[in-house]
Structures are given as structure tokens and as C-alpha cells.
Design a protein around this ligand. Structure first.
Ligand code: PLP
Length: 396
């Protein structure tokens, strides 16, 4: 018998699996070119050539026992130093080796920092709609999820509601900008207002409220949009970064946490995160990937490809009469469902071979998420199907 806690996880995950399996069956039935799968956030752009070159270079130039061996649980010092320097050069920060911990992607980083911070019953505030795996990560450490409701039409955080929901037990707030699933980027002004609210609440309760900035989409910002660096805005910020999307390496499981010295209890947090990385069973981030990404800190993904997809999809859907949030970053488009029940709307879309994820899977009912990290060609082919969907709801 599996653990009681796992039963609901297994049931929950089978919904996503069902969608994936259904896509495969549909591809067999209608032909892969006639099924438009916008469900997955798997990068469609290939990793920069330098990634492959760096992997080969590391294998050829370093000793095997170094490349494949254990190291400090926080990661190779040389790698953390290069990343700290890159951040300092880019954002004018002042990080050193001890502020960086190499992680098993953003997911690993979030688990490490939550393990380091959360006592049972501690509250973690999340801003809906959000990446729902946060629920599971927080539950792993018996924390309580406190949800701030979606704030249409901008989908920026509702700071008044956030303020009301912060209590003496609030240990952390997780934010994600550029955002999955909305594609929204929080401006510096909004983040400064958020920092003010958090600062005020820390004073009121005499507590430390950590802002966890989940940043796998940091590099995916369009039209020159700025993604402010949070550690400069709010002292108690921890940044979780990942190369999954920025270098198209989601299967390689590599990222890092930034834990600045300005954090309350910084030294203990850095030490606790190091131990958490070990005892959660990660031990350390993949060694070869650490060494390879350290050579690629200045590499950029082909953002033009995602931008072309974004423009084509946004313009076409708007033209057809759909209500869409204009994506500023990441590779997701957030579209209002044409009926109240987003699951029914996604089911209707499926009739036209369009696979869209119901917003309620992100605690954002009434909307659907369209992941446009797909080929341009598929988007072009899908437009006739979207038109049929628009006609089914008499849009325009
Ligand atoms: N956070 C958000 C908002 C994401 O969308 C994802 C993946 O899609 C993750 C974290 C996990 O990323 P990683 O593959 O780096 O663990």
C-alpha cells in the first residue's frame, strides 16, 4: 500500500497523463500534423551550439574523476564563482561563492529553500494563477498554501489582498515573473510596492518574510521588457534560477539558488540549504552540467523564434475575437475561455484537435493556457482550428 498522502498525488497526476495519452491517440487517429498540442512547456528552440561544445570541452579538458565526482553539496566553487560574477556584472550585485547553490533545476531549488525555511504550519503565499507544483512542494514540508486570487485583466498581484492574507505565520511569498501561465512581467513599480507591503508586515509581526523569486523564464522577455532583479528591491529575497528554459535544458536538471548576505539569518539559511540539497537526495546538482553551464553564462536562447510565435498567435487570436492577455514574457499565452467552465471550453477546443490546458489547473479558472513553445508551422496550421472554435462561440 502506498502512503495515504501519495494517493491524491497519483490521482491528480493521472489527469495530466490522460491529456498526454489522449494527444498521442489523437495523433494516431488524425495524423500528427492535424493535432495541435499546446499543452506542454517543453522548449521548442534547440540549446545554443555552445552548450554542446562546452559539454565536449569539459569532458576533453578535465579529469574524469573531477567531472564525474562528488563535490561540495552546494556545487563546484569555480562554477558558483563564475555565476556570481555574471550576476554582479549584469545586475550590479555583490554576490560571492557562498551566495550561490547549484540546484537540480528550479524545482530542486524551490524544494531546497522550502525545506530550509518551512516548519509545519508555516504559511507560504502564492499569487494565482500559478505553477501548481508549488502546492506539492509546500506540502512536502507541511507548509500551508495561502492563495492570493487572480487579478484580471492585468493579472498583476493584488497587493491589497496579499497584505490582508499575510499573518504572523507567513514565512515566504513565492512569485514568478515572467509568469507561467499568464506571460505577464511584474514591473519595478509593482515589485517595489510589494516590497513595501512585505516590509510593513515584517515590522508589524517582528518576523522575517522571505520573497522567493522563481525565475526560470527570466531570459524570455519580449520587446526589450525589463525583468527587475529582486534582491535589489527587497533584502529578504531568494532567487531560484534555472537553465531549463533559458538554455533549453529541462531534462538536464540544472539551476541555482541565490541567497544574498542581506537575508535575515543569511549564514544559517545558506548552511541549511546546503544540507537540504544533500538530504533531499539530490546530494548535488549534476556535475557535468554545472561545469558546462558555467561556460555558457553569456549564452542566449533564440528568443526571436518564440517572439515570432507569440506575435502570430496573439494577433491571430485577437483578430478572431478571443480575449487574450498580451504575453510580455515566458512562452505562454493566457486566453479567456468562451464559457464559464474552462474545462468545458478546453473539451470543446479538443473537438477541433486543439490541446489547451484549462486554467483551473493553475488556480486560474475561466481561462486556458496556450504554450507556444512549438513550431511556427504548427501554429500556422492550427489557425483554421482556432477559427472553428471562435465560430462555435459566435465570436465577432
Ligand atoms: N517554476 C515554474 C514557474 C515553471 O514553469 C517550471 C517548469 O515549467 C518550474 C518552476 C520547474 O522548472 P525546472 O525544470 O527548472 O525544475
Amino acid at each position: 500500500m502506498i502512503a495515504k498522502k501519495m494517493v491524491s498525488y497519483v490521482e491528480g497526476s493521472s489527469v495530466i497523463r490522460a491529456m498526454f495519452e489522449e494527444g498521442k491517440i489523437m495523433a494516431q487517429k488524425f495524423g500528427a500534423e492535424n493535432v495541435y498540442d499546446f499543452s506542454l512547456g517543453n522548449p521548442s528552440v534547440e540549446p545554443p551550439v555552445k552548450v554542446k561544445e562546452s559539454i565536449i570541452n569539459v569532458l576533453q579538458s578535465e579529469k574524469p574523476n573531477f567531472v564525474h565526482g562528488y563535490m561540495n553539496n552546494s556545487g563546484y566553487e569555480s562554477v558558483r564563482e563564475k555565476i556570481a560574477k555574471h550576476l554582479n556584472d549584469t545586475f550590479g550585485t555583490n554576490f560571492g561563492v557562498k551566495n550561490i547553490l547549484m540546484t537540480v533545476g528550479a524545482a530542486g531549488g524551490l524544494n531546497v529553500i522550502l525545506k530550509a525555511l518551512i516548519d509545519p504550519g508555516d504559511e507560504v503565499v502564492v499569487i494565482a494563477p500559478y505553477f501548481v507544483e508549488y502546492n506539492n512542494y509546500i506540502a512536502n514540508y507541511e507548509g500551508t498554501v495561502v492563495k492570493v486570487n487572480p487579478n484580471p485583466p492585468t493579472f498583476l498581484p493584488n497587493l491589497e489582498e496579499m497584505e490582508k492574507k499575510i499573518t504572523a505565520r507567513t514565512k515566504a511569498v513565492i512569485i514568478n515573473t515572467p509568469n507561467n501561465p499568464t506571460g505577464v512581467i511584474y514591473s519595478e513599480e509593482v515589485l517595489k510596492q510589494m516590497a513595501e507591503v512585505l516590509g510593513k508586515k515584517q515590522k508589524e509581526y517582528g518576523s522575517s518574510i522571505y520573497l522567493i523569486a522563481d525565475e526560470p523564464y527570466r531570459e524570455l522577455a519580449f520587446d526589450g521588457a525589463e525583468v527587475p532583479y529582486l534582491t535589489k528591491i527587497y533584502d529578504n529575497t531568494i532567487v531560484g534560477y534555472s537553465y531549463s528554459k533559458s538554455l533549453s535544458l529541462p531534462g538536464e536538471r540544472i539551476g541555482y539558488l541565490v541567497m544574498p548576505d542581506e537575508l535575515d539569518d543569511a549564514e544559517n539559511i545558506q548552511a541549511a540549504a546546503n544540507i537540504a540539497n544533500r538530504i533531499l537526495g539530490f546530494v548535488n546538482a549534476p556535475s557535468l552540467m554545472q561545469l558546462a553551464v558555467a561556460e555558457c553564462v553569456d549564452e542566449k536562447t533564440n528568443i526571436e523564434a518564440y517572439d515570432a510565435n507569440r506575435k502570430l498567435l496573439y494577433n491571430s487570436l485577437t483578430e478572431m475575437g478571443f480575449e487574450v492577455v498580451k504575453p510580455e514574457g515566458a512562452f505562454y499565452l493566457w486566453m479567456k475561455a468562451c464559457e464559464e467552465d474552462d474545462k468545458a471550453f478546453a473539451a470543446k477546443a479538443k473537438e477541433f484537435n486543439l490541446l489547451l490546458v484549462p486554467g483551473s489547473s493553475f488556480a486560474g479558472p475561466g481561462y486556458v493556457r496556450i504554450a507556444y513553445c512549438v513550431s511556427y508551422d504548427m501554429i500556422e496550421r492550427s489557425l483554421a482550428a482556432f477559427k472553428k472554435l471562435a465560430d462555435a462561440y459566435n465570436l465577432k
